[in-house]
Design a protein around this ligand. Structure first.
Ligand SMILES: C[S@@+](CC[C@H](N)C(=O)[O-])C[C@H]1O[C@@H](n2cnc3c(N)ncnc32)[C@H](O)[C@@H]1O
Length: 236
């Protein structure tokens, strides 16, 4: 294997890397939800959610595992995990309107399903680059990211954000806890370079790539819509 810590990842900044963009977007999505019951966009499509859920079930993740979704958006993946019986679910997002949308959609689903078994999902407004120390009073067995690092990395402050993000994972994961990330911007090797540290500069090690459920071909080449990678916090 090549030393992936040597690779650098070049990516242009964009408005998707700004909080203003997401605040405006979730203001509209929350309004749509209240008026029409429309839950808004599922980033990378439902197939990526299905891959996350399938990976967690196939890897024998306990239904009581403490799971945190970073940049939860409308909370869709957490609702899917709840429907499969996962019991300890939390989502954070730095947009208050995303947190409001997630909470409203989660409550509406419970009421619609009339299923007493469906647990409450906890949602909290949090910028993951500046978490308060007491956020880490309890650790998580699984931390998820679908599209959040993609958005955060589209910034001139990318390096500082990556450092803060790695610090969050280090503080937030239990020993042996897993970080599951889905990206449309980065290849598997680029994710290993950023999160796996190659040369030992992070507390994470690579576990596996999450297989694609289907692929497409273009110009004679095979591609997948998103790349999934799993890392584990090293035990000392
Ligand atoms: C591409 S969307 C993905 C949303 C959701 N994970 C999904 O798959 O539908 C990126 C999300 O990251 C959130 N986000 C971006 N930077 C963040 C930060 N520093 N802290 C917390 N959330 C952030 C945005 O508000 C937005 O909800």
């Amino acid at each position: 294997m090549s030393d992936m810590s040597e690779q650098s990842v070049e990516i242009a900044s964009s408005q998707l890397g700004t909080k203003d963009f997401w605040d405006q977007r979730y203001e509209l999505e929350l309004k749509n939800f209240k008026q029409h019951g429309d839950e808004g966009e599922v980033w990378f499509g439902t197939s990526s959610e299905t891959r996350i859920v399938k990976y967690l079930i196939d890897s024998k993740t306990g239904k009581d595992a403490k799971i945190l979704d970073l940049g939860c958006g409308n909370g869709s993946v957490l609702r899917k995990l709840r429907s499969k019986g996962f019991q300890s679910l939390k989502g954070v997002d730095y947009c208050q309107k995303a947190v409001d949308l997630s909470a409203a959609a989660s409550k509406a689903e419970r009421e619609e399903e009339e299923d007493e078994e469906l647990v409450d999902i906890e949602f909290e407004q949090l910028d993951i680059t500046t978490p308060p120390a007491d956020f880490f009073s309890s650790k998580f067995d699984v931390i998820l990211d679908k599209g959040t690092w993609d958005a955060m990395s589209l910034s001139d402050e990318r390096e500082a954000r990556l450092k803060a993000y790695l610090g969050f994972l280090d503080n937030g994961l239990s020993a042996g806890g897993r970080f599951v990330i889905f990206s449309c911007n980065f290849t598997f090797d680029e994710m290993c370079s950023q999160f796996g540290g190659g040369g030992g500069s992070t507390s994470l090690e690579i576990v596996c790539e999450v297989p694609a459920s289907h692929s497409f071909s273009f110009g004679g080449k095979q591609g997948v819509t998103s790349t999934g990678a799993v890392f584990r916090k090293k035990t000392l």
